[in-house]
Design a protein around this ligand. Structure first.
Ligand SMILES: Cc1ncc(C[n+]2csc(CCOP(=O)(O)OP(=O)(O)O)c2C)c(N)n1
Length: 687
């Protein structure tokens, strides 16, 4: 092996060692929890040295040496250790060794969470994005300076492999033959849980179950062995686009984290066993055998120790983040701030809501080659269980519109990686009731990426979710989920109630650089439910967009009646709009109805000004009422409009049952309807 590479590895291993010692010696200063790479240095450096700026890497929290190997300085890493304002990764918002990076000089690193194993799906999404860009010959597909194809490295601890989501990622990678390396660093521990206690096979044996996943098991504490093995693996993945699992056995020489100390649960015997595999000692011996003098190695060690000490002092002096910046980068700015285009073009036919969505997506796909559609059953053969993607597969081909396996976590979480490659996924979760397996990816990865990467990695994705109850859909095809979603900060949520809004919001959602969930009521899709005929509208023009956060007055009250104090307003969305409209027929001129159209952002201005005008307000929702979004909104209205209210703000939602029952009479008993709304209106007027 090239001596310069070995010496560089030695220098960086000494650097990592000096950093770990410095942190231990300054525990009061290094107060935020952190893990070091002691024991894992060899395999990490061997990997980092061979990555190109066109590549992507998704490290985990112990990959400090990988970061040093990529060229980040100890000072850069220490700014994150101390959560300083100049931390280039997250500006003080994230733990040590939780990088994210975009630059021409190094591999790209998407935002890293601490959730073990969860980066497997986003990282696999990157490989999916790269493969797509290559296929369409996109200028966004960036090769290395010698024409090398880009690859993805997803680094994981061995214990994280038992997470179910890792299997979803492996399934997808082998199915599509993606250019990704899963680098498993096996130190035999998962905090205090031993591998024997947790599983019957190591990562290498586990990989055998995934047909097409190439695999290799190596001594990850031996730098030369690791370097050579990884060299072969990288070449294979670059040239043949195959997924590969590298299983590296490594010792764990430091603590699990600064807080979970090794003496709490490990024996002297275990320490001794691990110490024998120290990669630094192994590399030093190799260098001595190759003729390098010990004094030269000692000198390297002394120089880096001095440099680490100095950089630590500088990092300590660096300023704390400005607390005023705590709310920055929740979302990336969107250009869609005004309604544009023609909402009701002359001479156009009325369309049902499901077709408005379909036509919007068709136009998007015609205009944006980076737009792709995937989810269960959305491909050619069926075109969606509601025919909501019908004909798209035929028109745009299987590479742009395709079925996935049943893996909601993958469907949602892969968009993080796709988005980092500038592919713009429109994905679908078949029913709101089945979003739960994807909620982890949504909350852990999708929603936090923009904020925690300080705006570098907003996740541009549209997640379509058919929702809502009608006609005996039963307990697992009728549920509402908006309160659950609204508790996750960092995503936007639209809930259109008619075809025109659907088209305008779908376009705005696609153009928004942030994650957007489109809640699409199945009962409104075809206006089949009696009383929802108005969900059918003229199809807006191709350039029609509707900004998020702008509610709509769908029914106005009579001005004179408002003056007389004889009116009330109903704040609602989705199916509620039709319950309200139909109930209002009995109270001519007395009801004003606001359709929120998007639940986040929310048009509070319109809500509050409307309530202040009428003094009486009903918030209406299809969701189970208690602790719902509707109740929370009613609370905010009460506070904001207190002096203008003639009656307590009322809320009407579904009964507080665990599920929507199947039988249509039971379903009716649970849900609001126009009669129940009427009763609420009467109550309001009788206050
Ligand atoms: C989803 C999730 N569950 C639990 C934890 C708490 N936790 C942090 S590290 C860890 C053990 C991980 O072991 P391994 O993946 O082998 O990595 P190592 O720390 O040994 O390098 C656990 C359980 C977590 N971070 N994420």
């Amino acid at each position: 092996m090239d001596k310069q590479i070995l010496l560089n590895a030695y220098r960086l291993m000494c650097t990592a060692g000096a950093m770990a010692k410095t942190y231990e010696a300054n525990r009061q200063v290094c107060k935020y929890v952190h893990s070091t790479s002691r024991g894992h240095e060899a395999i990490q450096l061997a990997t980092a040295f061979q990555l190109l700026p066109c590549d992507f890497v998704s490290p985990y929290y112990r990959d400090e040496s990988l970061l040093l190997g990529l060229g980040f300085t100890p000072y850069t890493l220490m700014l994150q250790l101390l959560a300083k304002g100049d931390d280039i990764f997250t500006a003080g918002k994230e733990y040590y060794s939780h990088p994210n990076y975009r630059g021409d000089d190094k591999a790209t690193i998407i935002h890293q969470s601490s959730a073990t194993g969860m980066q497997a799906i986003p990282a696999t999404g990157i490989a999916q994005g790269l493969q797509y860009l290559q296929k369409i010959d996109s200028p966004l597909f960036k090769k290395g300076s010698n024409g090398e194809n880009p690859i993805v490295v997803c680094s994981l601890g061995d214990a994280s492999l038992t997470e179910g989501e890792v299997s979803e990622a492996f399934q997808f990678a082998v199915l599509k033959k993606l250019p990704i390396i899963y680098l498993i660093q096996d130190n035999g521990w998962g905090i205090s849980v031993t591998s024997e206690e947790a599983r019957t096979m190591d990562a290498y044996k586990f990989a055998k179950g995934f047909k097409g996943l190439q695999r290799i098991s190596i001594d990850g504490s031996d730098f030369s062995e690791s370097y050579q093995a990884i060299n072969k693996v990288i070449n294979e993945v670059r040239e043949n686009s195959v997924p590969f699992l590298v299983h590296g056995k490594v010792p764990l020489l430091g603590h699990h984290t600064s807080g979970v100390r090794k003496e709490f649960y490990r024996s002297e015997e275990d320490f001794a066993k691990h110490a024998k595999e120290d990669p630094l000692r192994k590399l030093k011996n190799r260098l001595l055998h190759s003729g390098i003098e010990e004094k030269d190695l000692d000198e390297i060690e002394a120089i880096v120790s001095e440099a680490v000490a100095q950089q630590f002092e500088s990092a300590k002096e660096a300023p704390e983040p400005d607390p005023a910046k705590v709310t920055e980068h929740i979302f990336a700015p969107t250009n869609i701030t005004e309604e544009q285009g023609e909402r009701t073009p002359a001479g156009k036919e009325k369309v049902v809501m499901v077709d408005a969505a379909l036509f919007a997506i068709r136009e998007i796909m015609e205009d944006f080659p980076e737009a792709i559609v995937y989810g269960q059953d959305v491909g050619k053969r069926l075109g969606g269980v509601f025919r909501e993607t019908a004909t798209l597969g035929e028109q745009f081909g299987d590479h742009r519109v395709f079925n996935t396996a049943i893996q909601e976590a993958y469907i949602i979480g892969s968009t993080v990686g796709m988005s980092a490659t500038c592919v713009k996924p429109i994905v679908e979760v078949q029913f709101a009731d089945y979003i739960y397996p994807g909620i982890n990816q949504l909350a852990t990865e999708v929603a936090k990426s923009c904020y925690l990467s300080n705006g570098k990695f907003p996740v541009q994705t549209v997640i379509r979710v058919p929702i809502g109850a009608y006609g005996g859909g039963g307990p697992y095809h009728s549920g509402s989920i908006e309160t659950l979603l609204l508790s996750i900060k960092g995503i936007k949520i639209a809930y259109p109630s008619n075809a025109a809004d659907m088209k305008g919001l779908m376009k705005a959602a696609f153009l928004d650089p942030n994650p957007v969930i489109m809640l699409e009521h199945k009962g409104l899709y075809w206006s089949k439910v009696s009383g929802t005929e108005e969900a059918k509208t003229v199809e807006p023009s191709r350039d029609y967009v509707l900004p998020f956060g702008k509610g709509n007055v769908v029914l106005k009250a009579d001005e004179q009646k408002i003056k007389n104090g004889e009116t009330a307003c109903i704040i609602t969305y989705g199916m509620g709009v039709y319950w309200a409209k139909n109930a209002a027929k009995k109270f001519a001129g007395q009801i004003e109805i606001i359709d929120l159209r998007t639940l986040f952002p929310l048009d509070e201005e319109l809500v509050f000004s409307t309530v202040k005008k009428h003094g009486k307000c009903l918030v209406l929702t299809e969701e189970q009422q208690n602790d719902s979004f509707a109740e929370a909104l009613a609370g905010r209205i009460s506070k904001e409009c207190f002096q203008f209210l003639d009656a307590p703000v009322q809320v009407l939602g579904a009964l507080n049952l665990p599920a929507v029952p199947m039988n249509i009479y039971l379903e009716k008993a649970m849900l609001p309807d126009e009669e129940k709304v009427e009763e609420e209106i009467i109550k309001l007027f009788n206050y």
